[in-house]
Design a protein around this ligand. Structure first.
Ligand code: EPZ
Length: 427
């Protein structure tokens, strides 16, 4: 299997038709690691984060932390941070542009310095992704918030406890508020919060640091402290990488075991895979077995956790594009998260888009061709489609995928996939 083509950024070259079999270890969660890294800004003591995945987004977050004056050491999957000597409270445009999650520096910087200057994260290919809820929280917490020349300026006289209810459920909005309140003495109440496992992993870390946090339904009671300590914490497994690998195995009609996975974080994904005819068995809190094929059409509604995750929508669309019958996918979280459908149609998929609804009519076969990644999970869906397509598929702009998947091609190759990374043309 060789391709002589080359592109301006890495690409994957995939020969379809293999059945995936074997065992694979899931990496630590990107979306748990990021807010936990920013929690290190809340203390002058050493913070150790374990099982950190080697990803572009993690590198960008390290760049921001060092820009602020923090230091870190990495050995393997362990990152040790020290933010005892911060020099700046600014998250610059060039870093925020690379990674929207830089917005999570807002809460810790405001709590530490009583001021913060963070570049406004733009929209991306999945939607406008405003941060109005984040700013509404900080204003309610007593901060003066202004926006000038693409930056958000926040300033607060003193750290006061607050009661706040989010208008809508936002993962990083909840995380930003928790990061801030964990350093605010007194009793604060947050309502209508996100309950994603990544948010709960951050809560565990903030409690290790000395904050008192109780979560009941979608309400968090936070008793913060100005004297937060350091922590050692192993991040939870990446449930979206796990779900992606489960779909890959099921749609190729294979069977396999995933290690370092928490089945309790994958309820909705396991439910939908089972409904489609695949077999899933949880061995323990860290191991599960999956067997394909998936052959029944589905109706999927993406919802906030514990509902079906929006980050798994693109991967299921790839799987359902060759499942006989008509599937309906409703993307209720992001207003523009169907970019992958256009690329899947280039491979022969039969997909009709109407606003937030995608109707997927199963076709006999997808045909390999050159397709373009547009965002993190879209790129994963195109790789999965390549695994089952007739002939060879080239997925370009793999930097999108490298933001959130640690050496996915190695993991898939380990399960028998014919996949090669084509290094970028040295320009
Ligand atoms: C987090 O993004 C994740 N990123 C996303 O994962 C994930 O898709 C998303 O949550 C939903 O689960 C990280 O954790 C780093 P939201 P976030 O705020 O926090 C609207 C991936 O693939 N909204 O929960 O940015 C927003 O536009 C990434 O790893 C407002 O209107 O998502 C969206 O429609 C992609 N105002 C909805 O709420 C706000 O102030 C959910 O967004 C905030 C959000």
């Amino acid at each position: 299997m060789t391709s002589t083509a080359s592109f301006s950024s890495d690409a994957f070259f995939i020969e379809g038709g293999t059945t995936l079999r074997g065992s694979v270890r899931v990496s630590g969660s990107k979306n748990a690691t990021l807010p936990i890294m920013f929690a290190s800004l809340l203390t002058e003591e050493e913070c150790t984060v374990e099982d950190v995945p080697d990803l572009l987004d993690i590198k960008t977050a390290c760049e921001l932390l060092t820009n602020l004056g923090a230091s870190y050491e990495r050995s393997g999957k362990v990152l040790v941070f020290n933010a005892s000597d911060l020099k700046s409270c600014e998250a610059p445009k060039e870093i925020v542009r690379k990674m929207r999650a830089s917005v999570l520096s807002m809460g810790p910087l405001l709590a530490r310095f009583k001021k913060a200057k963070v570049a406004l994260p733009g929209g991306c290919s999945i939607g406008a992704r405003p941060i109005d809820q984040h700013l509404k929280f900080f204003e309610r917490a007593g901060a003066k918030v202004s926006i000038k020349e693409g930056y958000v300026f926040l300033e607060v006289e003193s750290l006061e406890p607050v009661e706040f209810t989010f208008d809508l459920i936002t993962v990083t909005g909840t995380e930003n508020a928790l990061l801030y309140l964990s350093r605010v003495e007194g009793r604060s109440v947050l309502r209508n919060i996100a309950l994603e496992p990544e948010v709960m992993d951050l809560v565990e870390v903030l409690k290790k640091m000395g904050a008192k946090i109780e979560v009941e339904d979608r309400t968090a009671i936070v008793e913060g402290s100005e004297e937060l300590g350091g922590f050692t914490h192993r991040v939870i497994p990446d449930r979206i990488e796990a779900g992606t690998l489960m779909v890959a195995i099921a749609m190729t009609g294979g069977e396999g075991t995933l290690e370092n996975v928490n089945p309790n974080h994958l309820g909705a994904v396991i439910e939908k895979l089972t409904e489609s005819g695949a077999k899933v068995k949880a061995f323990s809190e860290s191991k599960l077995y999956v067997k394909g094929p998936a052959y029944k059409p589905l109706t999927i509604h993406t919802r906030e956790y514990p509902g079906f995750p929006t980050d798994m929508q693109a991967q299921f669309m790839a799987m359902l594009s060759v499942v006989e019958g008509v599937s309906q996918i409703y993307e209720n979280i992001f207003e523009k998260r169907f970019q992958h459908a256009h690329e899947l149609k280039k491979m022969g998929a039969d997909i009709i888009l109407e606003g937030r609804k995608a109707t997927v009519k199963g076709v006999e076969k997808l045909k390999g061709t050159v397709v373009k990644s547009t965002d993190l999970r879209a790129s994963a869906s195109l790789v999965l489609a390549g695994l089952i397509a007739e002939g060879c598929t080239t997925v370009t702009d793999i930097y999108h995928l490298d933001r959130g998947y640690e050496r996915l091609e190695e993991k898939l190759k380990g399960l028998g996939a014919c996949i090669e990374r084509l290094p970028a043309l040295v320009s």
